[in-house]
Design a protein around this ligand. Sequence first.
Ligand SMILES: Cc1cc2nc3c(=O)[nH]c(=O)nc-3n(C[C@H](O)[C@H](O)[C@H](O)COP(=O)(O)OP(=O)(O)OC[C@H]3O[C@@H](n4cnc5c(N)ncnc54)[C@H](O)[C@@H]3O)c2cc1C
Length: 483
Amino acid sequence: MATRGEQFLDSLKDGRRVWLDGKQVDDLPGHPAFSGTLDTIRRLFDLLDDPNEQDWVGFEVPGKDKYVHSSFLVPHTPEDLARRSRAFAYWARETNGVMSRLSDYARSMVTGWYAARKRLGKLDSHFNEKITAFYHEARDRDLFLTTALLDPQINRSGDLDDRVIAERYLHTVKETREGIVVRGAKMIATSAPYTHDFLIFSFHRLPSGNSTHAHVLIVPANAPGLHIVCRESFADGRDRDHILSSRYDEMDAVLLFDDVFIPWERVLLHGDADAVWHLRSDRTANALAFHQTVVRFAVKLEFVAGVAFAVAEAIGVDGFLHIQEKLGELITQIDTIKALALAAESQARHDESGVLVPELSYLDTARSLGTRLYPRAIEILQQIGGSGFVQTPSTVDEFDGPISRLLQLYFEGASVGAEQKVKLFKLAWDLIGSPLGARHELYERFYAGDPVRSFANQYLYYDKTVLTGPVWKLLQKTGVTQH
Ligand SMILES: Cc1cc2nc3c(=O)[nH]c(=O)nc-3n(C[C@H](O)[C@H](O)[C@H](O)COP(=O)(O)OP(=O)(O)OC[C@H]3O[C@@H](n4cnc5c(N)ncnc54)[C@H](O)[C@@H]3O)c2cc1C
């Protein structure tokens, strides 16, 4: 019988239209651009059936005799939250923090909507039944999910009054008794080629009166008319030289909706921009999903620090004060993000449905800070290794070739042999200099939204009187009033 991971791979042969290098990819697991990444995901799925591992990543659904991923667990107790966190960290560690969209983010959002269904049910009388049905389906069928929230980057100075933009942003062109037909594009959807369903809604607030662009949809990847247009692949199957790119390239894609029919049961909200914004801002769903991003990010920082420490030791620079200062900075990064995750968990509060919701403000802070910490971590790694990252033969296989003796001599490190050092520096290069590495820096800068507006929002939504109050109070002592 096929394992759960193999069933996942089989399920991708469902008629989806994935475009890469101008061709439609019919066999995703067999294609070199996807095979390494999908093999990684297959192994992650299989963990849920491994008696030694399943409790780390999953929970047993009462009455089902089956473990499912803990991103589907609705947390009511601190133990539940800890179980969710443990699962996020486990999958992140299995992928060295380099795979960010293993579906546990989008699954958490669905879990959050389901958990908050009574409150969110006020937005639409059918919401409760639709999200309940989809939550159970996603959980019980191990559905891989991802999000696509942004509109295409055509002209950011325009808005929906611009006819070109209005036509190309995703909108309803037809409404029938069975559902709606949508046209337009959405970007970016990481993991799109191998997702089962997309969560589609608007990241930014729409004008209240806008009904044609207002929707929250769950769209199957094989919906007729949906085209998944991939960026170029960074995977080349050279897993000894490009250890990260060959295993962890989670593809990014743009979704083109060429008149896609969405049945009503998959239309969670429709035609009401304020209701869409309400759902998009829901504290429970956002906190559950953002929690995953912060736990995952801490693991990634640990990995970067691990590579940096190893590089410093390998070339004997770890004794220099300024290198130690930089390595110490990497530890402060890890501790900062971990502490924010812990603070969010320990300050979690029950919402009116009894769901234990991590404290969102700490998660927002971690996500905003991450946009600055990650590029700095990569900068530190560059400063430590210098030209060592390019002092490598084009392939480690050359250690078995005619000039092996010379390579062993001149590529040697301070604390490691030549082959080990070259492998380490190639790994580091994959993190800092390869197309995958560059994509990761871009990812950490932008995945949580435009960092400029994220920081600004923290200010805008902060209860500022808590901070300004004591200032005015102090000034009052000298006879100055606020107004
Ligand atoms: C590698 C990668 C993977 C991603 N994966 C996903 C995913 O899986 N799912 C998903 O939904 N999204 C994903 N995203 C998209 C991400 O959410 C967006 O990149 C982010 O929200 C910023 O939007 P944008 O890229 O359209 O930038 P833009 O909004 O186009 O911004 C570009 C620049 O213009 C400035 N700017 C633009 N408009 C304004 C304005 N109105 N006011 C002030 N400044 C402005 C910004 O500050 C920025 O400097 C991904 C992004 C990346 C880079």
